[in-house]
Design a protein. Sequence first.
Length: 402
Amino acid sequence: MSVSAPIATAKTLVRDRLTWHMYAALAIWTYFLQAFSPSLPFLRTAQDTSATISGLHGLALAVGCFITGLIGPAIIGALGRQTALWHGLTTLSVSVIVMSFASLPTITLLASVCAGAGGLLACNVVAATLADHHRSLAPAALSESNALSSVLATCAPLVLAIGVATGAGWQTGLLSVVVLVLGAALIFGSRQRPEPAIAPASSTITSRNQKLPRAYWAAFTALVLCCSIESCFAMWSSDLLIERTNAGKGMAALTVTAIIGGLAVGRFVSATLISRTSIETLLYAALATMAVGFTIFWLSGVIWLSFAALFIGGVGIGPMYPLSMARTVRTAPHSADLAVNRTALGLAPGLGGGPFVIGMLVDAVGIANALLIVPVLIAAAMLAVYLTTQRGDEQAGVLNPT
């Protein structure tokens, strides 16, 4: 991508070519995430491994995200955003090919690490670029990009299901990621002017000793909690549905579709409200909606009501990540690349740690009791948002500039 001047004077979101390029890259990463989880049971069968080994792929993905959090800023600083973006997407593509055809768990676990590292590197370039490019309208751009990505992500489980039904194989869901990357390269890759090795001045990583403000780490805590809520609810809700309603595994697999559908709606709604409502107000509303959806789902023993509750929970989950990400980036307006990449350190425990803890609790207390960690996380996230809003840094306008 070329170094484009920020759209600083626009009062409404301007969707230029650079913006659509970033939207496409984020959509590919989101699509992969929704193709990854439903593919694991098929991968387990193909490799004839245990549930524990299969579950390690999720942790491996989180490890890759953690690695990006550590070295991502250095990679972007050395290569520039354009090169880093395409390196990340290429790594993701190669990884899904390996995961689709490798027979050894050690190989697919390594591929999962690489997929997490490469995919999140591209995702972080997107977040930093949108923050620099749209400035005060960055929260709207981030919310809209995540909303559009969610729409594409709803197709991932369907592509996988079609592949299985037609005999093309479960690998169809993962391999379609490669098709999306090639499509993005054809549309955006060849028509971009070279970018300097260093990112725009507003977000250049100028020193290895550069530190992020305290307000960043406070907002970072809320981001970690929100990611944990999403991953725990999405990865374990199908097990509770089976236990409470005696649904088959095929029906339970559709829980992902219900959640993603609600997630897309939530992100579209937040994208339309962000220009006239504070981020904190929207986050409180999202967390409260998630609490309602979870409560109905946890108490329900009827399939249709459970799916409705999953959709409501998805609506609440939808705005959490983009809004939390926008809050963290706002705390470090002159270090967007560093701030965005450091959030990956929180994505690792958020995406992998929470579900892993629930997995351990399931054996001890059962799925229903284990999932009660979700309302605890919701309450903690609300408290974190409240405390970070009360900080003097934010009252001075760090998170809510006027």
